[in-house]
Design a protein around this ligand. Structure first.
Ligand SMILES: [Zn+2]
Length: 222
């Protein structure tokens, strides 16, 4: 098996499969070649699995989008007549240029999610904050993945544009979570109790968001 060795001042050997399938081994400065080779051999099953995983991910990332998720629903994708990217909430359909690669399509859709999030979230935060009797600073949209929202100690709220893939109920759950950090800035049992008390269908929302995060990774969104 081909691999490149990077010598470093370190104590153990570690192995990495790069995105293009090449294998990179990090080894201590004086580690004998033989030991490295044995180590790589011993990891060959893992390397093969990892390579397959990466190539499947690459393939999925390149495939043109057939549908996009919008507010918990699946919108079919149609070729855009004017080359512009847009999500039509009334028609429940997304329009994308056909010439674009899936990667470009995803980036363009992320832009639509951002606009949608900017239209939807500030109002929703205000409504929920009012209901809970809580105050907050500013609301910002970012492109974080793996983190749906955050609340700073000054009460400024950040939400991921990818939340626009989730159902309104799950979005509310994230908004409620972040706003409740105005009461407590941690995830103590008391915080969790408050969260469950104020979030309708708490368990279902958590499940939806976890599954969405997995799906995004599987489909090459992140
Ligand atoms: Zn939190």
């Amino acid at each position: 098996m081909d691999y490149t060795v990077v010598r470093q001042s370190r104590k153990s050997v570690s192995i990495r499969v790069l995105d293009d399938g090449r294998v990179e081994v990090r080894a201590p400065l004086r580690c004998p070649e033989q030991d490295i080779s044995r180590f790589v051999q011993a990891q060959s099953d893992w390397i093969a699995r990892r390579r397959q995983e990466l190539s499947q991910r690459r393939e999925r990332a390149q495939r043109a989008l057939e549908f996009v998720r919008v507010q918990g629903e699946s919108y079919p994708v149609s070729p855009s007549p004017d080359g512009r990217v847009r999500i039509d909430l009334r028609e429940k359909r997304a329009y994308l240029p056909q010439s674009a690669t899936a990667e470009q399509q995803r980036a363009a859709i992320a832009g639509c999610y951002r606009t949608l999030a900017q239209n939807v979230l500030p109002d929703r935060v205000q409504q929920i904050a009012q209901r809970l009797g809580l105050t907050y600073g500013r609301v910002r949209i970012n492109s974080a993945h793996g983190r749906w929202g955050s609340c700073s100690s000054q009460g400024n709220l950040n939400f991921s544009l990818y939340l626009m893939m989730a159902s309104p109920k799950a979005v509310d759950a994230v908004v409620i979570h972040e706003l409740l950090h105005r009461v407590q800035l941690n995830h103590s049992p008391e915080f969790r109790r408050l969260e469950r008390q104020h979030t309708p269908d708490y368990e279902a929302c958590r499940r939806e968001l976890d599954e969405l995060a997995l799906w995004m990774r599987r489909e090459g969104w992140v």
